[in-house]
Design a protein around this ligand. Structure first.
Ligand code: THU
Length: 144
């Protein structure tokens, strides 16, 4: 099943990723903010992975839906992220927070496509996190 959104890359089933993300909002634990967030992504080996936000009474320990998604990704074999949809409980896409842009960059790089909603062109992560520090920087900047 493919997205009805012709402005999106045609090979990405955006509607399916949104459905996964919306379903994941129902498995969120967000008693403090009451902002449920779900994420669904397509991987380079053709799998889908999901995540939900998990809050904590010590507010700063909250895990975003993208953290949960990355855990699912690694547990499923650790392929690259190709496309991701992140939605709130209203079913509409949210833009990933700064920390999660970095988390997603580690596993999808600048070419990772981020859902911008039906009728809108997905955005490259490189647009959301320009000039990112990544794993390759460790290799070239480490002291000899
Ligand atoms: N949240 C996410 O899950 N992902 C984001 O990228 C932004 C924020 C969650 C964290 C918290 O549980 C709630 O949304 C309100 O900030």
């Amino acid at each position: 099943m493919y997205s009805e959104d012709v402005s999106s890359a045609p090979e990405i089933a955006w509607a399916d990723l949104r459905t996964l993300a919306r379903e994941a909002t129902k498995r969120s634990y967000a008693p403090y903010s009451n902002v449920t967030v779900g994420a669904g992504a397509l991987t380079s080996d053709g799998k889908t992975v999901v995540g939900s936000n998990v809050e904590n009474a010590s507010y700063g320990l909250t895990l975003c839906a993208e953290c949960s998604l990355v855990s699912d990704l690694i547990r499923e074999g650790g392929a690259r992220l190709v496309a991701v949809s992140i939605v709130a409980g209203d079913g509409k896409p949210i833009t990933p927070c700064g920390r999660c842009r970095q988390l997603l960059f580690e596993h999808g790089g600048a070419d990772l496509l981020v859902d911008a909603g039906e009728g809108a062109a997905p955005r490259r992560l490189g647009e959301l996190l320009p000039g990112a520090f990544g794993p390759e920087d460790l290799g070239i900047r480490r002291n000899p």
